[in-house]
Design a protein around this ligand. Structure first.
Ligand code: MOS
Length: 777
């Protein structure tokens, strides 16, 4: 079994909760225990510089080739036909008109699709790397409203789309459960997330709540959300001899190759998945049915296939965020110290996946409450499997929790910033672990000063400008630090001083390629121009998933490990005639295009000199990052203090966000330019969550009724004010490079900051997202 396979098995183990059993392993490396990453202490030549995106010129010039843009010889275009019932079976299918339509090459359905092995176990599904463990076009059963039931293949996309409209399907509907309320009557069950219960209790929170001097207790609801990355999910696939080549838009190339290999009963190295550019991922660009259908179709017609989901297709095939109903109850003494914190509620999923929206996650480590009760219940509906969507859990969980904190602040007549600071915990309230680095108070203080929080009148509804009511609100954003195992890197150093770093990682537009080139150059003591970072290809080393805001840590730890290995190899090659002679790898760092003794930098030899004396044109090493044990020793979380100013029109009820500030504490910021974009992008997605995003799910039919960007609204330029972003830049001593991930935190806390500002402006407390104007009239 390859290193990569081992790592994938280990990752699954982690997901199943095996790793989560606290293994008290000796902290034997800088990451889990001992010394901080040398890059925290070293000079910052590259890290921290606002380097512009290295892939920017390619993208601006239109020369970055996305998954659906690879031209393959003799390629056919695919179009999907979707089921229109939530449950039942296909009773009859007439494809004859489609088959004789102009340009049609083949029509694939469950009767003629090549046979597939069951999908393997992974992540959000008990048995699949796609959204669920259901068979893919293998049988007549229908499992959700919108499930693909036929694939039409034609010489052009237009011909395929036209012919798809000619496929006639007769469905035989079976009773389906598509209503949350009906399902709840039949009973809920405890939710499991990554194999772990979403349940925590400390003390008797309900009794403490009943006895509290001041309390708030309310229900908050959030709707379904769909993924709407600007790049549609697309794939171009070809069977080339015994190799299946997949040009995908992916945040997990290695996992995709591994999963598809098992489904097609092929060695995983015969499945090559590449994804050099992705036009937005957010948790949605994983393995769904469309990649597998394209591979099946290419096999059926023996030609390369391009399958791009239409915007409607994304809503039918790619799951999103499920709805939540959350109760948050807070009890406090008159000084605002929390005595009780209750956060419970219900969400939905399907029977065939394992992704209940884990909305209590942000509450676990939020506040120093004497008692705590957290619980997520779930019901199972007949619908498309839901999945990860930017900060699953934290995004909607912070809406409820941080709205409730605002309600408590008002009940206590304490400033909401002050209330939060007053409840800062000394250690993690749920796990009891010490925090690795927590500077949220500093983020609050600097954010409040910069935003002009002292100009806020706590009495709602009093600041009026013409027909607009103006208000300010704030909320805490938070997202954990994660690092998954299996990250590996290969570094190849050439005698001319150029280096190549190879990792099966991903650039989804967030700046990975740029920031990681900086990190590698820093580790290697090389100029930026001397480093080439290759990624987005499943044949490269490592199993790095761009998710959970953990890719930066996973890559950083792998590059750190490979660098240590490189130092070892170079010291061997340097031998006894080098100024480095006799030094141990631990004493040596990279600097000025060579190695030197860490505390005696004059003892230096260049890479070129070492390699030429050893008569080696290059040296190549590959290593895996240390196991991700740091989160067993420390509670590791990023935080943000979010400030919002909103204007609500007294005539129309229209809410407009007029100012926003995010003050972040996320460890060291590797590249301020790409980081600012990440933070802003997260906040903008949070504005959509607050004000407009809602998938209209018809509970009679289990069908999403607004599968388009004309009816499902996301923020456009006019909805987005100037967003100010600042950060503490305090390195986390237990994270590689001192950096915690920043991909998801921007969406957290944002909706509550908006809702709290709307309350301050109008005196109306909206507890149901999205916060549309009808709720403010
Ligand atoms: Mo993210 S929802 O882990 O891409």
């Amino acid at each position: 079994m390859s290193i990569a396979s081992d790592a994938k098995q280990a990752l699954q183990g982690a997901v199943q909760g095996v790793m989560a059993k606290a293994v008290a392993l000796a902290p034997d490396s800088w990451i889990p225990g001992g010394e901080p990453d040398p890059l925290i202490r070293e000079r910052y030549g590259h890290i921290g510089k606002p380097l512009s995106r290295i892939d920017g010129p390619l993208k601006v010039a239109g020369r970055a080739t996305f998954a659906a843009e690879f031209p393959l010889e003799d390629m056919v275009y695919a179009s999907l036909v979707f089921s229109t019932i939530a449950k039942g079976r296909i009773a009859a299918m007439d494809t004859s008109h489609a088959e004789t339509a102009p340009g049609v090459v083949a029509v694939m359905d469950h009767r003629n699709a090549p046979r597939l092995a069951p999908p393997p176990v992974f992540m959000s599904a008990p048995k699949a790397a796609n959204g669920d463990n259901l068979p893919i076009m293998q049988e007549s059963e229908v499992n959700w409203n919108g499930e693909p039931v036929a694939v039409v293949l034609a010489e052009t996309q237009e011909q395929a789309d036209h012919a798809a409209s000619l496929v006639r399907v007769t469905f035989e509907a079976a009773p389906a459960l598509t209503s949350l309320d009906e399902a709840r009557e039949q009973g809920t069950k405890p939710a499991l997330f990554m194999g772990q219960p979403l349940h925590d209790e400390r003390g008797d929170a309900e009794a403490a709540l009943a006895a509290a001097e001041v309390k708030v207790d309310a229900l908050y609801t959030t709707p379904r959300h769909n993924h709407n990355a600007i790049e549609l999910h697309g794939v171009t696939v070809a069977w080339q001899g015994d190799v299946l080549r997949i040009h995908d838009a992916s945040q997990l190339v290695a996992h995709t190759a591994w999963s598809i290999g098992q489904m097609f009963d092929m060695p995983e190295d015969k499945v090559i998945v590449t994804s050099p550019f992705v036009g937005g991922g957010f948790g949605g660009k994983c393995l769904w049915q469309h990649q597998v259908l394209a591979a099946l179709a290419a096999k059926l017609c023996s030609r390369p296939v391009r399958l791009v989901l239409s915007r409607e297709g994304v809503y039918r095939v790619v799951g999103g965020r499920s709805p939540t109903e959350q109760r948050v109850a807070l009890g406090a003494d008159r000084e605002g110290h929390l005595k009780a914190l209750v956060h419970t509620g219900v969400t939905v999923k399907t029977a065939s996946n394992a992704m209940p929206e884990p909305f209590i996650l942000p509450t676990r480590s939020a506040y120093a409450s004497e008692t705590l009760k957290l619980d997520v219940q779930v019901v199972e509906l007949d619908m498309l499997a839901n999945t990860f969507m930017r900060a699953p859990g934290e995004s909607v969980g912070t809406f409820a929790l941080e709205s409730a904190m605002d309600e408590l602040a008002e009940a206590l007549n304490i400033d909401p910033v002050e209330l939060r600071i007053r409840n800062e915990p000394e250690k993690d309230p749920s796990s009891g672990l010490p925090f690795s680095s927590r500077h949220i108070v500093e983020a609050w203080r600097t954010g409040a000063a910069r935003f002009g929080w002292d100009r806020r009148d706590p009495r709602p509804g009093l600041r009026r400008e013409g027909e607009w009511l103006v208000g300010m609100g704030c909320a805490t954003g938070t997202y954990p630090y994660y690092r998954m195992g299996g990250g590996a890197a290969r570094i190849t150093l050439m005698q001319d001083g150029q280096a190549v770093v190879d990792i099966a990682a991903h650039e989804m537009g967030m700046g990975t390629a740029t920031a990681q080139t900086q990190v590698a150059a820093e580790r290697l003591g090389l100029p930026i121009e001397a480093v080439r970072f290759n990624y987005g290809d499943s044949t490269l080393p490592g199993v790095v998933l761009a998710g959970g805001s953990q890719q930066t840590a996973a890559i950083g730890a792998s590059v750190g490990a490979a660098h240590r290995e490189l130092v070892k190899q170079l010291l061997k090659l340097a031998g006894n005639d080098s100024p480095l002679a006799g030094l141990k790898p631990d004493d040596v760092i990279s600097r000025d295009q060579g190695l030197c003794k860490a505390d005696e930098t004059a003892r230096h030899e260049s890479y070129a000199s070492i390699l030429s004396r050893a008569q080696q044109p290059s040296v190549s090493v590959e290593a895996e990052g240390p196991p991700p044990l740091e989160t067993m020793h420390w509670s590791m979380h990023s935080h943000a203090a979010m400030f919002c100013e909103v204007r609500v029109n007294t005539v129309t009820g229209e809410p407009r966000v007029s100012r926003f500030l995010g003050s972040f504490d996320c460890g060291r910021i590797l590249n301020p330019k790409t980081a600012t974009s990440q933070f802003r992008g997260g906040i903008i997605m949070g504005l959509g969550l607050a004000l407009m995003e809602e998938a209209q799910f018809d509970e009679r039919k289990g069908r999403v009724m607004n599968p388009s960007l004309s009816e499902y609204h996301v923020p456009v330029h006019m909805d987005v004010p100037e967003i100010d972003v600042i950060w503490t830049d305090i390195p986390d001593p237990h994270a590689p490079m001192g950096a915690r991930g920043i991909g998801e935190i921007g969406i957290t806390g944002t909706a509550a900051a908006v809702a709290n500002a709307v309350y301050n402006a109008t005196g109306k407390r909206v507890r149901d997202l999205p916060l549309t104007l009808d709720k403010l009239l």
